[in-house]
Design a protein around this ligand. Structure first.
Ligand code: JDH
Length: 279
């Protein structure tokens, strides 16, 4: 996969040299190029922003430097074009991801979708964002996807890109050393993870739950599942409405009942009276 990032703060993307993603680059699994938007300006002051039409606070990023930068990036060929694209010249249009508080939510499903692409381009805005006509123009060269990391306000797209590239990069074949972790992840059925422990078994008067030392793998699996239910009910009850409860064994239904949830039509439903007695 080839990834290009355009930003007025290219140094902000330096962490992509490190750890998992840096390793993937060294191993040739990922080609990553970071570009300085100001290199695509033509005025003496390398201006990238101007005042907003219609008034209001802050500045807006000018369209022309963005069009110059994105056209240059779109025209570049990946160093290692795949055999098919090399032969057929039928390279798909790259996906242009534009981080924005007004974007579609970036989720694990988005990460999986984008991990299938040959080329991704990220456009990091700053100030109040990028002149909307850039996105309209770019639709002629890219599949444009405005994406939000979450419902909070950042100062620009760079931090969102770090998160998105890491989430996508670790899904590329060969990037995560132990593919079993990815397989386990894909079976996580939309619940929060169970708590994890390591040695020593007793630490500052706190014991690792005895079941984990028992060697009883059936008991351990059940305990972990029930911990997932408890945590999800407590921290992310929104996830339980989507959970497929149709095939739950009796012990698991009892666990949910203790948490204040009944199974109705294969879905979990919070009991109206629940919560008064617990936590
Ligand atoms: C890209 C500039 C800063 C700040 C206007 C929006 C009131 C607009 N999950 C995410 N949060 N923020 C971003 C993100 C922020 C960005 C840029 C991504 C480029 N900024 C900016 C404030 C506004 N503001 C919220 N409204 C409630 C008006 C831009 C992001 C991602 N991904």
């Amino acid at each position: 996969m080839r990834i290009d990032v355009v930003s007025i703060f290219p140094e902000y993307l330096a962490p992509l040299e490190l750890s998992l993603i840096g390793k993937a680059r060294q191993d040739g699994l990922l080609e990553l190029n970071v570009h300085d938007l100001r290199d695509f300006t033509t005025d003496r002051h390398r201006t990238v922003d101007d005042t907003p039409y219609g008034g209001g606070a802050g500045m807006v990023m000018k369209p022309e430097p963005w069009a110059q930068a994105l056209a240059a990036v779109a025209a570049a060929r990946p160093e290692a074009a795949s055999a098919e694209t090399e032969a057929s010249e039928a390279a798909a249009r790259p996906v242009l991801i534009v981080p924005s508080p007004a974007g579609e939510r970036f989720t694990q499903a988005t990460a999986h979708e984008l991990a299938e692409e040959d080329r991704l381009v990220f456009a990091c805005g700053r100030y109040e964002g990028i002149d909307e006509r850039v996105m309209e123009w770019a639709a002629g060269h890219f599949t444009v996807r405005p994406m939000s990391l979450g419902d909070y306000v950042l100062n620009g797209g760079e931090v969102a890109v770090l998160a998105m590239v890491e989430a996508i990069g670790r899904l590329l074949p060969g990037v995560v050393g132990n593919p079993e972790s990815l397989v386990e992840e894909s079976h996580s059925d939309g619940l929060l993870e169970y708590p994890v422990y390591t040695k020593p078994s007793s630490w500052r008067d706190r014991e690792v739950p005895a079941v984990l030392l028992s060697g009883n793998h059936g008991k351990i699996a059940q305990w972990r599942r029930h911990q997932q239910y408890r945590r999800t009910a407590e921290r992310r009850p929104d996830l339980l409405t989507e959970f497929d409860a149709a095939k739950l064994p009796r012990a698991d239904r009892t666990a949910f009942s203790d948490l204040g949830y009944d199974v109705v039509d294969g879905h979990l439903r919070r009991r109206p009276d629940a919560g008064a007695e617990q936590s």
